[in-house]
Ligand binder design. Structure first.
Ligand SMILES: *[C@@H]1O[C@H](CO)[C@@H](O)[C@H](O)[C@H]1NC(C)=O
Ligand SMILES: *[C@@H]1O[C@H](CO)[C@@H](O)[C@H](O)[C@H]1NC(C)=O
Ligand SMILES: *[C@@H]1O[C@H](CO)[C@@H](O)[C@H](O)[C@H]1NC(C)=O
Ligand SMILES: *[C@@H]1O[C@H](CO)[C@@H](O)[C@H](O)[C@H]1NC(C)=O
Ligand SMILES: *[C@@H]1O[C@H](CO)[C@@H](O)[C@H](O)[C@H]1NC(C)=O
Ligand SMILES: *[C@@H]1O[C@H](CO)[C@@H](O)[C@H](O)[C@H]1NC(C)=O
Ligand SMILES: *[C@@H]1O[C@H](CO)[C@@H](O)[C@H](O)[C@H]1NC(C)=O
Ligand SMILES: *[C@@H]1O[C@H](CO)[C@@H](O)[C@H](O)[C@H]1NC(C)=O
Length: 393
């Protein structure tokens, strides 16, 4: 059956080539591509990854990203965690929902309480249905035409593209943006949420026992009392709660430490932080990634590990401490109602790691990040290159 489906995909893409258009998705609204040791599905809504299967230590295929069974659920979901999406045109926060560019003050949508912008507001790129412009057996490309002010406070036409490619045990994410008519904020990322046990671990359905490292992330962007970036950059002390640089540690290693609750956001525990990646930076306009992993995540139970390579200068990352309990259902491919827990994503049930330039850099010009976050005609192509390599032992 599998090989038949595979041949079907090939035939589809050949037909697509001949007819100059792409095939329709499957009955769940998804496109599936594969390579040895990896299979993944994607949808046009938010250009999201919906499923990603890799073998665990026993060779059992595990779907290790969060999402929904069908494409329609993504648009209906009121909580909208940006599951697997490409947020844009300016990912993550804009403190106080305002920034200045070339002497003009712009006001963006306050969709993040009490007063900041998250992922460009409720008509950002992670709320749009993208065009599928190419699909073949191991790769898919989505594109988006973002008209001026489609998101509040975002001037000029931007063309966005993302190509997802699978190679043996490897997922390559190549995100591009071009500002065609006006200088504008431009910062994109992929927002996959990981659960390396695929909710099948009978002993634990959280990521608190996953081991995480970010060897180059020695500084964090400080937040004020309402989780607004306040401009201060703090060193992350060795053995501090946010120290994933001195050695790998479990996500929940410091869960009983004073400061765990409210660590990077009021009212909830764990991680929802923005950190820098401190190495000899690459040119973000070039499609090259740093030769060493900038983050790694592993679960002892499944034995699954990913190592991530990136061309970016920072991360936002979250351990899903703010996820409401018993609201978001687990996919059928992860056991659904019969999964190892009650069938819902628990608090701390996932980890998202979003490589991107420094969060809220457009309203903190003193950081010197504007050349990497503001693009206009003639500035070349914005590129965010992310490579995940998977292994199991
Ligand atoms: C936030 O923006 C408002 C205008 O919308 C301005 O009046 C206020 O001073 C700003 N506050 C901070 C803390 O920057
Ligand atoms: C944003 O929220 C903080 C804390 O509630 C407050 O100090 C600040 O004045 C607020 N800014 C605006 C523009 O509401
Ligand atoms: C998809 O392509 C059509 C035809 O080129 C275009 O009119 C439309 O704006 C595109 N949609 C998006 C979301 O980019
Ligand atoms: C999962 O593991 C974490 C860390 O050891 C622990 O705090 C939590 O209670 C465990 N959850 C369950 C359901 O056993
Ligand atoms: C999770 O990690 C804690 C701390 O290392 C350990 O005590 C516990 O046994 C682990 N639980 C599982 C299910 O691996
Ligand atoms: C920003 O917040 C941090 C605490 O998270 C604090 O140490 C720092 O002094 C604050 N900076 C400013 C400019 O308020
Ligand atoms: C965090 O956990 C690590 C690893 O167990 C430990 O070395 C460190 O002292 C802890 N830090 C705090 C603040 O609890
Ligand atoms: C791997 O197989 C062993 C032996 O059957 C079993 O005890 C273990 O739970 C399996 N691990 C996973 C991650 O499925």
């Amino acid at each position: 059956m599998k090989s038949l489906a595979f041949i079907g995909t090939l035939a589809f893409s050949w037909l697509a080539l001949v007819q100059g258009k792409v095939p329709p998705p499957d009955s769940d609204g998804k496109y599936t591509i594969q390579a040895p040791g990896i299979k993944a599905s994607f949808i046009p809504y938010s250009a999201a990854v919906t499923n990603l299967f890799v073998p665990d230590r026993n060779g059992t295929q595990r779907d290790i990203v969060l999402g929904y069974d069908t494409a329609v659920e993504y648009a209906e979901d009121k909580i909208h965690p940006n599951y697997g999406a490409i947020p844009g045109r300016y990912a993550n926060r804009i403190a106080n929902a305002t920034y200045e560019l070339d002497g003009v003050r712009y006001y963006t949508e306050r969709n993040n309480q009490p007063n900041s912008t998250m992922h460009s507001g409720t008509n950002g790129w992670s709320y749009r249905v993208w065009n599928v412009t190419n699909v073949c057996h191991d790769s898919i490309t989505f594109s988006l035409r973002d008209e001026p002010f489609s998101s509040k406070g975002m001037p000029g036409l931007v063309l966005g593209r993302v190509t997802y490619t699978l190679k043996p045990n490897t997922w390559i994410i190549s995100i591009e943006g071009e500002a065609k008519t006006h200088r504008t904020p431009l910062m994109l990322t992929n927002h996959a949420y990981w659960q390396l046990d695929a909710f099948a671990n009978p002993f634990n359905d959280t990521v608190l026992n996953h081991t995480f490292s970010m060897p180059f992330s020695k500084r964090q962007l400080a937040y004020d009392s309402v989780a607004e970036v306040n401009g201060t950059i703090l060193e992350i002390p060795k053995y501090g709660i946010n120290d994933f640089w001195s050695s790998p540690k479990q996500v929940g290693a410091n869960a009983s430490a004073a400061g765990w609750i409210g660590n990077c956001g009021p009212g909830f525990g764990g991680y929802d932080c923005a950190v820098t990646i401190d190495h000899d930076h690459l040119d973000p306009k070039k499609p090259q990634v740093y030769s060493e992993p900038v983050a790694s995540l592993r679960s002892e139970w499944s034995g699954i590990q990913w190592d991530m390579y990136s061309n970016q200068a920072g991360f936002a990352f979250t351990s899903c401490g703010f996820f409401p309990k018993d609201v978001l259902p687990i996919k059928k491919t992860q056991g659904g109602p019969d999964s190892a827990n009650d069938g819902f994503v628990p608090t701390y049930g996932c980890l998202a790691v979003e490589p991107q330039d420094w969060t809220s850099g457009i309203d903190h010009p003193q950081w010197g990040r504007l050349p990497y976050q503001i693009y206009g005609p003639g500035d070349g192509v914005y590129r965010n290159e992310i490579v995940y390599k998977f292994s199991a032992s």
